[in-house]
Write a protein that binds this ligand. Sequence first.
Ligand SMILES: [Zn+2]
Length: 256
Amino acid sequence: MNIQDFFPDKFQITAIEQRITDIIISLQSQFQSANCPKCQSISRKIHSTYFRKVMDSSILSKPVKLHIQVQKFFCLNNSCQRKIFVERHPEFLGVYRRSTQRFEKMLIQLALTLSAESVARFLNQNGYVKSGCAVLNLLRKTYKTRYSHQHLKYIGVDDFSFRRGIHFGTIICDLETNRPIELLRSRTTKDFCDWLKQHPGIELVTRDRATTYTKAINTINPSIVQVADKWHFLKNALEIIKGIISNYFPKGWYIT
Ligand SMILES: [Zn+2]
């Protein structure tokens, strides 16, 4: 087996160091040219090199860390604002990313099955250093760009507790996919108004009995159909049923 086969051709392996806790693979970029990310013109003029340290998938249960020597190029287009740029290879390693694409893909699959904190614990037990927040950020970055909100028509909105009993926000769900699609930092009318302004296609909102969301809907678009959500409908119905039944019991008897 040739480990080089697991890397792009022009990322040449220059050294492999097997340590007690991990494996370090050093790579060197051999690309002769690169496209400027600003103007897309090709440049063959190298400015300098520097090292990126990133995590990669493990080999036989040993964590793998890559030390990649990448290149900076001059942009030769005089009208371009970018004078120097770093070569980019998004299929292998994203811009500013600390892990290879294949490693990130594995983390995302795990995080969708388990949870961000569980993935972080799994990684830490297997020699990688990654926090739950970092895994969560990775999920956000991945799905923020893939999920368009512009098609939204039917949503559910409710309070959301960032910290139980202390810090509340607002959660918004797409009722067609049953997926949460937004967390607002507060549960104020203003913030929900701002969100509704950015989503003019909304036709129906399920909500609780509080006036916060009602005011926002009536302010931005009163034609939106407002529906008491199923949980609140059942809660209201139960309270009324309790009241009716209580009339048939002697005083001092309570229904819980
Ligand atoms: Zn350029």
